[in-house]
Design a protein around this ligand. Structure first.
Ligand code: 5GP
Length: 190
């Protein structure tokens, strides 16, 4: 998606060879026009897949997931992160997910009432690095009996293994911008 790549070039700050700061559009501030356009792009990609619900993870996935949900006219659910130790209850699914940027493990939780075996779920998130966040959401979907339609990611860092390994497991992963390398002052796209 050219517009997203252009905005990444404009506002992105390379923090290391592995991490890019995109606070101005994804992780701290929201650009409504860009976010709406990303939602539209996810809709174009998954229009034929009879998505019934979008699942994301708080907090940075929420605006783009909302934009896609509005466009596809389906509800959106966000997994909540808990710092304390959480395990499944009769009401919730929990999964443990290492946080790539924060360096600690969080437990993510979705109420069972929001995922049913009849659902066809599209997962949406801001970034994919090692793929832990996406895999945590996928495990929750599998356990609920819902069907996973695919994963939509705003920014895939394709030099990290997450997108590739999830695709290799048979899941459709679509990314709006793929970064192949990061260096100070230099962002390369596929
Ligand atoms: P993963 O679980 O795929 O390793 O990492 C995905 C999560 O880590 C994303 O939800 C995102 O919040 C965060 N993340 C991973 N890499 C980056 C990065 O380069 N920049 C920012 N701002 N967040 C990242």
């Amino acid at each position: 998606m050219e517009l997203l790549k252009q905005r990444i070039r404009e506002v992105g700050t390379v923090l290391s060879n592995e991490v890019i700061k995109l606070d101005a559009i994804l992780n701290h501030a929201v650009d409504p026009a860009l976010t709406t356009a990303m939602g539209r792009e996810f809709t174009r990609l998954f229009r034929e897949d009879n998505v019934t619900k979008i699942l994301t993870i708080e907090s940075s996935g929420i605006p783009i997931a909302f934009a896609a949900a509005q466009d596809l006219n389906v509800p959106m659910v966000f997994a909540r992160r808990k710092k304390s130790l959480n395990s499944d209850t009769s009401e919730t699914y929990s999964e443990r997910v290492p946080s790539f940027t924060k360096g600690y493990v969080t437990d993510i939780m979705v109420s069972r009432e929001f995922l049913t075996a009849e659902d066809r779920i599209l997962v949406i998130d801001d970034f994919i690095a090692n793929g832990d966040a996406a895999r945590g959401l996928i495990r929750i979907i599998r356990r609920s009996g819902a069907h996973l339609v695919g994963v939509g990611i705003a920014v895939e860092k394709s030099f990290q293994a997450g997108g590739r390994t999830i695709r290799e497991s048979g899941v459709r992963v679509e990314s709006l911008a793929k970064i192949t390398s990061l260096a100070p002052g230099r962002i390369e796209f596929e």
